[in-house]
Design a protein around this ligand. Structure first.
Ligand code: GAL
Length: 392
């Protein structure tokens, strides 16, 4: 009897342990690069190695970028054992070689598949092969899996993603699990124990309207984000050419305010100094990567002028003034009100004193010389100001 009880406990422990995600991962939002936004299906070993070289030499690695992720189109078939087959024209040395190369640069390797029968580009996907694929990825040295939602028919999202999560766990390699079902089944409500991040919307495109539209859809989702489980408003378009430099600064700032994953999506091997400066602004990135892991909330909404607040560790905070209109605006900003504003309940905490803080402009890289507690601030069209209230 004793033996039987011991055995049952062991099974229970085993079941419990096998039914979870790797929970020591993505304690801050993942940072890296993904091939899709710029290159679509035009991926290759040479491209991925070139990107790894670029990240490790252009300041991005120092700024925190880590994951080099191949999106759709690396896979062409399944062999007679059901093993996924890599396109060996585009990836002549296979995925283990590529993973080793990326790891040798001190970076991490990410890959893409899909919960349906075929990926969005019609390549073989994971349905029915979850545990097998997870073992393959682990053998190759994959550190991050983006899992899409095309060709899923009547599949249930939560159970489909849970199967892959369990496959990854059973493969015994800590792999960040990125859920990409476009927010269709409200993953923020169920995916916290399944994946480390989940897309909240359809795909971003490289335009102001797409970017600002997606940003607006994040407004009610702040409470679902935290260390190890992030809302993902999709990858960055910074540097892809469809927005102005000012708009890319806004895009990057807003994603950092949202504690969003920061996955660059541009051609890193041919990048302007301006775009590199945006992607490597360490003061803005520090807002994204803050260890408290809070997503910003909208504290004042005057339509095309909004104030967003993100609480930071050590009782600091970031404030973003957003002018999403096509006109220049001059706004009177009350810094006492901002330092006292609580983004959690929309009210004020009068015991917080402005004199105990320095207000730092995170794009000008300067502390504000505040003569009065209120100040007129100019905002260009489609632009932001991002301030950090730094404790003195
Ligand atoms: C979409 C996904 C994109 C990209 C693409 C690849 O469903 O949202 O980010 O991965 O599939 O086919």
């Amino acid at each position: 009897m004793k033996k039987l009880i011991g055995f049952s406990v062991a099974i229970l422990i085993f079941l419990n342990v096998s039914a979870q995600k790797y929970d020591q991962l993505a304690k801050t939002p993942p940072m890296g690069w993904n091939s899709w936004n710029k290159f679509g299906c035009n991926v290759s070993e040479a491209l991925i190695m070139g990107v790894a070289d670029a990240i490790s030499s252009n300041g991005m690695k120092e700024a925190g970028y880590q994951y080099v992720i191949i999106d759709d189109c690396w896979q062409v078939a399944r062999d007679e054992n059901g093993e996924i087959v890599v396109d060996n024209t585009r990836f002549p040395h296979g995925m283990k070689f590529l993973a080793d190369y990326i790891h040798s640069k001190g970076l991490k390797f990410g890959i893409y598949s899909c919960a349906g029968t075929l990926t969005c580009e019609g390549r073989p996907a994971g349905r029915g092969h979850e545990f097998q694929d997870a073992r393959t990825y682990a053998r190759w040295g994959v550190d991050y899996l983006k899992y899409d939602w095309c060709n899923t028919g009547s599949q249930d999202a939560k159970s489909s993603y849970t199967t892959m999560r369990d496959g990854l766990f059973a493969a015994h390699r800590p792999i960040v699990f990125s859920i990409c079902e476009w927010g269709s089944n409200k993953p923020w409500e169920w995916a916290g124990s399944v994946g480390h991040l989940w897309r909240t919307t359809g795909d971003i495109t490289d335009s102001w309207n797409s970017m600002i539209g997606i940003f607006g859809l994040q407004k009610d989702l702040a409470k679902y984000a935290g260390p190890g489980h992030w809302n993902d408003p999709d990858m960055l378009e910074v540097g892809n050419g469809g927005m102005t430099t000012e708009e890319y600064k806004t895009h990057f700032s807003l994603w950092c305010m949202l504690a969003a994953p920061l996955l660059a999506g541009n051609d890193l091997q041919n990048m302007t100094a301006e775009n590199r400066a945006i992607l490597t602004n360490k003061e803005i990135i520090a807002i994204d990567q803050d260890t408290l892991g809070k997503q910003a909330t909208c504290w004042r909404d005057n339509g095309n002028y909004q104030i967003w607040i993100k609480r930071l560790a050590n009782n600091e905070k970031a404030v973003c003034l957003l002018n999403s209109s096509d006109e220049k605006k001059t706004v009177l900003v009350d810094f006492t009100a901002l330092v006292q504003a609580s983004s959690d309940w929309g009210g004020r905490n009068a015991s917080i004193k402005l004199e105990n803080y320095t207000v730092r402009d995170l794009w000008d890289h300067k502390d504000l010389a505040l003569k009065e507690t209120s100040m007129y601030i100019d905002l260009l069209p489609h632009a932001v100001k991002v301030y950090r209230f730094v404790k003195k």
